[in-house]
Design a protein around this ligand. Structure first.
Ligand SMILES: [Zn+2]
Length: 315
């Protein structure tokens, strides 16, 4: 018998309200975390090929998105079945997330003895420093745990990146990241709106690559000038797996808000948290941000779908 598709698998489990609570990347493939009302735990459903038809006007509270715990083994997702009360999370998960974020970002300034022990163990592990470029041309410097880079770049939806240094631990890598940021005024985050508009009006790949080459050389000089021990130079290029996917060459912004009304789409693929999808009756590949859907109660069913009005782009 053929394997059931992700949509069939999900449909067989859902018979009431469900919630998408996050995206999990593994081997460059995204899965959605799905919580089904009344079910005891989260299920992972492959995003590629997933068909969803739902209504979002459900009078139920949202669901907490859970949290990430970090320890010597790395980071792991902890699900939570509570309603969301503070934004997208319950009070408890939000507090834990805030403390964790503060610990992580201040670790190298405070020193390893003044932060949470589990976080200190998490950071006492080799890291990599990278520079990344997005399709609109925005650039950033960042860090990732582990010797192979892991899923950090694909999670963020970078288009090209270069690993520039292998660093002994997570404390030093953040010091170097700060030095790079200050020296050449390079940010550590890129706004999702820029990532989104980059897919609609992308710079040419060869231009992005040239910018990244120049930037990597500049960062290399900054690092070398530090005369610090504990790191080694790397020159390893990374490209997004969607780079040669024709569907990403011609995407259109999904012309309706996903936060209300009834929708149906089939996910073709994802770049970071942005999904390229098909909608029945349309030939376009639509692009939408999955974030607004997360934690929101979704009711499956054959509702009349919201009409989509396509407008000619003004640009
Ligand atoms: Zn929670």
């Amino acid at each position: 018998m053929a394997e059931p598709s992700p949509s069939e698998e999900l449909a067989s489990q859902v018979n009431g309200v469900y919630y998408l609570t996050g995206i999990r990347w593994k081997n460059n493939e995204p899965s959605l975390r799905v919580q089904i009302d009344g079910a005891p735990s989260t299920v992972l459903v492959e995003a590629r090929g997933l068909n969803l038809r739902f209504r979002t006007d459900v009078e139920k509270p949202g669901r907490c998105l859970g949290r990430i715990e970090r320890s010597v083994e790395g980071s792991s997702y902890v699900e939570c079945l509570s309603p969301s009360t503070r934004g997208r999370r319950c009070e408890r998960c939000q507090v834990i997330e805030n403390v964790s974020a503060a610990n992580m970002h201040q670790a190298h300034r405070k020193g390893r003895d003044s932060i949470d022990q589990r976080m200190a163990e998490y950071l006492s592990h080799p890291h990599r420093l990278y520079v990344a470029i997005f399709r609109d041309g925005s650039t950033k410097v960042g860090t990732t745990r582990g010797s192979d880079g892991g899923q950090r770049l694909v999670e963020q939806g970078a288009w090209f990146a270069r690993y520039v240094a292998h660093v002994d631990d997570g404390f030093l890598v953040r010091e170097l990241e700060d030095v790079v940021s200050k020296s050449i005024n390079l940010g550590q985050a890129v706004d999702t709106r820029k990532k989104f508009s980059g897919h609609l009006r992308a710079q040419r790949n060869n231009e992005l690559e040239t910018t990244l080459d120049d930037l990597s050389a500049e960062v290399g000089k900054v690092l070398t000038a530090q005369e610090r021990d504990g790191w080694a130079s790397l020159d390893e290029t990374w490209t997004n797996p969607a780079l040669n996917d024709e569907r990403w060459m011609d995407v259109v912004a999904y012309p309706a808000a996903l936060t209300h009304g009834a929708h149906e789409f089939t996910i073709h693929s994802m770049v970071g948290r942005l999904a390229a999808c098909d909608r029945p009756g349309f030939g376009e590949t639509f692009l939408f941000d999955t974030q607004p859907l997360l934690g929101r109660p979704l009711e499956p069913g054959d509702f009349e779908l919201d009409k989509l009005i396509l407008q000619e782009s003004l640009f």
